[in-house]
Design a protein. Structure first.
Length: 171
């Protein structure tokens, strides 16, 4: 199995999975640079969306998104759909309390083990100032191919992109 670093925190979920988190600095333009690299160079390899109990939005890009930045919000636009993430300083209508809530307050690379669908998932998760999940980015999975078909044997080389980003961007 691929080498992993010691996690900063670990959580046991209601479904029996365990998720280990390695935090990422959220100051300056660190998160913007990380997401720009992911969404411009690796858009075809990742799956994005919020993942919460009762809802999993697993969205794959059909084409490279156009990225723009306005008032602290990074927008990823594919044409038919888009999303905004507050990753930088924002005016938030002049309200500091709203600016604090809207901006990424925590970011962490994660590895989840013990799931019923897959024994291992690797990704990146962002939370706002209220601790609400903003987005989850899943990296290629060693148990599934690029068409989301289960592999007959796991291919742990597929964790290479996650390992590279984790090494370069975590705290």
């Amino acid at each position: 199995m691929a080498e992993t670093a010691r996690a900063a925190t670990s959580e046991r979920e209601l479904d029996g999975t365990t998720t280990e988190y390695d935090d990422v600095p959220v100051t300056g333009d660190h998160i913007e640079r990380l997401l720009r690299e992911l969404f411009t160079e690796h858009w075809a390899q990742i799956t994005v969306g919020p993942i919460i109990q009762g809802a999993a939005w697993e969205i794959r890009f059909g084409q490279a998104p156009t990225l723009t930045m306005l008032d602290g919000y990074l927008t990823a636009d594919t044409g038919p759909w888009h999303f905004h993430l507050c990753v930088g300083e924002t005016r938030a209508g002049g309200r500091d309390d709203l600016a604090h809530v809207r901006r990424v307050a925590r970011a962490a690379f994660f590895q989840t083990t013990g799931g019923s669908c897959t024994p291992l998932s690797c990704g990146l998760r962002l939370w706002n100032g209220r601790g609400e999940q903003m987005i989850t980015v899943f990296f290629p999975n060693p148990y599934y191919d690029d068409a989301s078909e289960r592999l007959s044997a796991p291919d742990f080389t597929r964790t290479g992109l996650w390992e590279d980003f984790r090494r370069r961007y975590r705290a």
